[in-house]
Design a protein around this ligand. Structure first.
Ligand code: NCD
Length: 320
């Protein structure tokens, strides 16, 4: 099996060197119009003219798929957008064969989302064009990790060097199922942050310390330490079994909410100036209150805007 040249692709933030990470964030900043959104027009609008970016999304997505498409369009590239329903995957074709077909038709970069950990890496072994991991099971979601660093560093006034030393970032909830939590920690710890996973022991088990973060099951005890909390969705589809709505080890959703939801009362006990984040999709009233999602501490929509910038940076790096 051919080895994968990690520099030609974006497969994960685990092991990514600091210089590549910072250079991607700096490039994202060069596309920022000063409000956190992408500048319209300008020199970069023709950067990828004549190239085609292909989204191959075998799992549902709103913000990741839309922002990859917009990022490609902003750089002048064409976009091909394939989802599992409507593709020959439903007729039994494999992801690798699908990727080879899309490359053969003229795709210059493949953006892959799949429920299978390692899917993007496998595709990268079999195609000759850059592959970007847009989420592979519970493994990694590297552009989400980048956009979270971008949005948080910007909110903290640290977008000069995207440096997070002295700051504690807590992922709250279903960290064990979360590719977002993993990519966030790999990236944020590289930028100097202290990471913390908070949740019921079945969803934030002590084994997550291996990722380099502290682990707690007592949100009220540790919330005051956080400079930012990333509230995670309960990822029922990754819990396996019968599709039952209550995650393993959690008595009931009511109990979960009582212990781990970021309610307005809890948010009021956060440090002054601490931020609320969420990778989306948000389940209002479960992992956090609607008033908190829309409140003054929330940078949830800043994260979404940063997603376009970092995806532009990744496409520019790999194809420009
Ligand atoms: C996340 C994902 O799909 O990994 N969303 C996203 O891409 N912004 C998080 C989730 O599904 O809960």
């Amino acid at each position: 099996m051919p080895a994968v040249d990690a520099q030609r692709h974006l497969l994960g933030l685990d092991g990514m060197d600091r210089s590549r990470l910072v250079s991607l964030l700096e490039r994202a900043r060069s596309f920022d119009d000063g409000t956190g959104r992408a500048t319209r027009g300008g020199e970069h609008a023709e950067l990828l003219r004549g190239q085609n970016v292909c989204n191959l999304f075998f799992e549902d997505s709103t913000r990741t798929r839309v922002s990859f498409s917009l990022a490609a369009t902003n750089l002048g590239a064409g976009v091909i957008d394939l989802t599992a329903p409507g593709s020959s995957v439903t007729k039994g074709e494999t992801i690798i064969d699908t990727a080879n077909v899309v490359e053969a038709t003229g795709g210059d970069a493949l953006v892959i989302r799949s429920s299978a950990p390692g899917a993007a890496q496998s595709v990268a072994r079999h195609v000759g064009v850059p592959v970007i991991n847009a989420g592979d099971g519970a493994h990694e979601h590297p552009t989400q990790g980048l956009l979270d660093i971008y949005a948080l560093a910007s909110a903290l006034g640290r977008a000069d060097a995207f440096e997070l030393s002295g700051r504690t970032v807590a992922s709250v909830g279903d960290s064990i199922s979360s590719r977002v939590a993993r990519s966030d920690f790999f990236g944020m710890i590289t930028r100097g942050a202290r990471g913390m996973c908070v949740g019921p022991p079945t969803l934030a088990p002590p084994a997550l310390r291996a990722m380099g973060c502290a682990v707690s099951s007592d949100l009220d005890a540790v919330l005051g330490e956080a400079d930012a909390v990333q509230m995670l969705r309960l990822q029922f589809e990754r819990h396996g079994g019968s599709g039952e709505r209550v995650p393993p080890g959690v008595g009931s959703l009511r109990e979960y909410r009582a212990l781990y939801s970021l309610t307005s009362e809890r948010a009021a006990s956060m440090k002054p100036g601490a931020f609320v984040m969420h990778p989306g999709p948000v389940n209002r009233g479960l992992e956090l209150d609607g008033a908190v999602a829309d409140g003054g501490r929330s940078i949830i929509l800043k994260q979404v805007s940063a997603g376009v910038l970092v995806r532009m940076a990744v496409l520019a790096e790999l194809l420009g």
